[in-house]
Design a protein around this ligand. Structure first.
Ligand code: KIV
Ligand code: ZN
Length: 501
């Protein structure tokens, strides 16, 4: 069996998605989950881009064992220095250097001719190699680069010491056959290609990120760069879970190829990334969407009951999806609660268990049946990574068809209760304005979504929203059987992130 290396860039390219900003602790939590998942490399960030990112990459390099930890760098000494200073704490540090090689980028963005680009790329790799034995080079926009020039660059950076050459489809322009043939051509035309691993990095602008990556693998690529849930710049990157499950499910087609991914962790990592980035997963998203394993039509249900393989090509349990059966209610005790959480993959300390159980009891008083998805939300919300500066104490709202909605909200802050009142265009708006009066930050509500976590009139409503503050986006999530309370919790979570920054 030949191994396909999984290079996860959720914390770098994924985090470049507008609104996906993660703080250091959140990055660390995701990195740990990626290590449990079995990712071979974690690109933890772009250290020179900000002090915060530098510290986050350093923290990941210091704390996360197993995968190689990588930091991105332009082909500039100060970037390479920052990248190495952050990743050097890992047992397996990697510097990822990039420089664009397409005519469009060289002419308009870099304003440099081919020979200069070649020299800069080689110098950067040599400089990085002096610091770190593992250097990856990416000719940015490789798929739109002139082929002979690309071959020259790849050959020279390998000679300079790059042990991985990544061929990005930076703007998601390629078609699968074309991209596969590019990888094949690199293998045939770069004399020293045997000394490096060919990596691929596909964007999803035409919805082809995964298809292009798979075709590249069939043509000799042995490392895939991808992100959990496919998050990333613009339309995102190729999705990790789709690539892994395609290789696994169609091992007849991808003969003799395997990844190291512990597939049972997929669903958990996907939820975690969604929760911390605030990016809601579309219900029809392959592998991890809420509907990915639901059979609605009578014919399909009948078929699955008779023989699963009639309509199921993946067992939900294989990716850690544990179903939606009724599990608990208000009479359930601590033991049943803790056993169910273990089955869902949550391992809590005694104190955490008590805290989660308290919240479970509050919800069970209002909601008859507590499903697995409800439990997940309860635990995820109780153990947010960001320590809240402001917490919801209580609220009252008066709203109706013939009155102006008015809200009074009370928050806990540093051991005190502070309250604010406001009218608004609706009850949620009135609550948000009341909070604005208390906290005093000026934010713009950029996105607001409400989803029922499970079915039934008493379902938990989960609100995901995005706020804009000083041109940066912050996300928040909250859930409750009361949708105004969910909204308040989500709003406060995003405001707490702003305050924490
Ligand atoms: O899409 C791209 O080209 C990149 C590079 C920095 C690898 O993200
Ligand atoms: Zn990219």
């Amino acid at each position: 069996m030949e191994k396909i290396l999984i290079f996860d860039t959720t914390l770098r390219d994924g985090e470049q998605a507008p609104g996906a900003a993660l703080n250091q602790k959140e990055k660390l939590e995701i990195a740990q989950a990626l290590a449990d998942l079995g990712a071979d490399f974690i690109e933890a960030g772009f250290p020179v881009s900000s002090k915060g990112d530098f510290e986050a990459v350093k923290l990941v390099a210091k704390s996360v064992k197993g995968p190689g930890i990588c930091g991105l760098a332009r082909s500039i000494k100060k970037d390479i220095d920052a990248s190495f200073d952050a990743v050097k704490f890992s047992k397996r540090p990697r510097i990822h250097v990039f420089l664009a090689t397409s005519k469009i980028h060289m002419k308009y963005k870099l304003r440099k001719a081919e020979d200069e680009i070649l020299r800069l790329a080689v110098d950067a790799v040599k400089y990085a190699r002096k610091k770190c034995s593992d250097v990856e080079f990416s000719p940015e926009d490789a798929s739109r680069s002139e082929r002979n020039f690309l071959f020259r660059v790849v050959e020279e950076v390998i000679r300079a010491g790059a042990s991985t050459v990544n061929i990005p489809d930076t703007v998601g322009y390629s078609q699968p056959q074309e991209y596969g043939s590019l990888i094949k051509a690199i293998k045939e035309n770069v004399p020293n290609i045997g000394k490096a691993v060919i990596s691929v990095h596909c964007h999803n602008d035409l919805g082809l990120g995964v298809a292009n990556s798979l075709e590249a693998i069939r043509n000799g690529a042995r490392q895939v760069e991808c992100t959990v849930n496919g998050i990333g710049e613009r339309a995102g990157n190729a999705s990790l879970e789709e690539i892994v499950m395609a290789i696994n499910t169609r091992n007849d087609f991808f003969a003799n190829l395997k990844t190291n991914i512990n597939r049972k962790e997929i669903y958990k990592v996907s939820r975690l990334v969604s929760k911390l980035t605030g990016f809601v997963i579309a219900p029809n998203k392959a592998i991890v969407g809420a509907n990915a394993f639901r059979h609605e039509s009578g014919i399909h249900q009948d078929g699955v009951l008779k023989e699963r393989s009639t309509y199921e090509i993946i067992h939900p349990e294989d990716v850690g999806f544990t179903g939606v059966g009724i599990v608990l209610g208000k009479h359930s005790g601590r033991h049943a609660f803790s056993e169910r959480l273990k089955a869902l993959g949550f391992h809590l300390s005694q104190n955490q268990l008590e805290q989660a159980f308290e919240r479970f009891k509050q919800i069970a008083d209002k909601k008859k049946d507590i499903f697995d998805d409800d439990l997940r939300i309860i635990v995820e919300e109780e153990f947010r990574v960001t320590k809240p500066l402001w917490e919801l104490d209580s609220f009252e709202v008066n709203s109706g068809t013939r009155i102006t909605p008015v809200a009074c909200v009370r928050l806990k802050h540093k051991g005190k209760i502070v309250s604010g009142q406001s009218v608004g265009d609706g009850p949620v708006d009135a609550c948000f304005k009341a909070i604005d009066k208390i906290i005093g930050v000026k934010v713009k509500l950029d996105d607001y979504r409400l989803e029922a976590v499970t079915s039934g009139k008493d379902a938990l409503g989960e609100v995901s929203l995005r706020l804009i503050f000083e041109n940066k986006t912050f996300s928040g999530r909250g859930s409750s059987t009361d949708i105004i309370e969910s909204s308040l919790r989500a709003y406060l979570e995003a405001l707490n992130k702003i305050k924490a920054k």
